[in-house]
Design a protein around this ligand. Structure first.
Ligand code: ZN
Length: 286
């Protein structure tokens, strides 16, 4: 029926208003029967503007025209035990910009700086942010070259945005305490009482080196439903703030720091949604 575009009568469906739109939800009690109608078929493949995606429920397939403002390198990641290629980009049209993720055979298909029609890409939502995904059924999605926009496009330089969460640190994947170059703060290689910086090509006294820390943590958020997010804490200022909150001294060992952090109840984190780097951290007292 879908292929023939024949009119149908849908009975016993529900309406979902969860995403600010009225979506007809077909369930197991729904019946669909062919009927005759006196109106024309309207194609679903209307090209939407990026700003109008705020009104589209997640998991819908849409058609979008966009200028590929940013494109990252293709990465190989493991999804449910199998290797999958993934590439992230940002597309813009005169109304706005949105992140797009290319999977599998759709990776390395497009070029930064070109304009495309993305036919049947899926609207997804993660941590309150909408993005687009090429669908699992790869052949469904067709990406074609398109005429460049004549209008001016928004500048997509802020490809990453920050987000705030309240949560507790439930685990620490990695703690790293290391000596850093007295000039550039990069990790040094220690040779007895001396240290060598790869970046500055400088040999220096180990006693002149600073001490740096980095943490890879797992946060359980207070959201409903709760989420687990991996965050990274590094850099003098953020580490200092963490140490003050958790009452850790500079001379603490990695183990001592770990214990103190895991014993602290709740934090408010601001982090970069791209790199997951913590950009601010505050204690929450309850
Ligand atoms: Zn250096």
């Amino acid at each position: 029926m879908e292929k023939q575009k024949s009119p149908v009568k849908i009975k016993n469906f529900t309406i979902n208003n969860k995403y600010g739109t009225e979506d007809v939800v077909i369930n197991k009690n729904t019946t669909i029967t062919p009927i005759t109608a006196d109106f024309e078929y309207h194609s679903q493949e209307k090209v939407l503007s990026i700003s109008s995606l705020t009104n589209v429920a997640p998991e819908q397939l849409v058609a979008i025209k966009g200028y590929l403002a940013h494109l990252s390198a293709t990465k190989k990641i493991i999804v449910q035990g199998s290797e999958l290629k993934k590439q992230e980009g940002y597309i813009a049209d005169p109304s706005g910009s949105i992140k797009i993720i290319f999977w599998g055979n759709h990776t390395d298909e497009v070029q930064q700086g070109s304009t495309y029609f993305f036919n049947k890409v899926r609207v997804k939502i993660s941590q309150d942010q909408k993005y687009l995904n090429t669908p699992k059924q790869e052949s469904e999605c067709i990406i074609e070259s398109a005429e460049p926009f004549k209008e001016t496009l928004p500048v997509v330089d802020e490809v990453s945005t920050s987000k705030e969460v309240i949560g507790s640190i439930i685990g620490i994947n990695n703690v790293n305490k290391y000596s850093s170059c007295c000039t550039c703060a990069k990790k040094v290689t220690i040779k007895g009482k001396l240290a060598y910086c790869d970046r500055c090509k400088m040999t220096q006294k180990l006693s002149a080196c600073g001490v740096q820390w980095s943490f890879k943590i797992v946060v359980h958020t207070e959201d409903n439903p709760p989420q687990k997010i991996n965050l990274n804490i590094y850099g003098q200022q953020m580490v200092q703030k963490l140490f003050t909150i958790c009452e850790i001294t500079e001379t603490a060992s990695e183990d001592e720091a770990e214990v103190a952090i895991l014993n602290t109840e709740l934090f408010k984190f601001s982090f970069d949604t791209q790199s997951h780097k913590v950009i601010d951290i505050d204690p929450i007292h309850i």
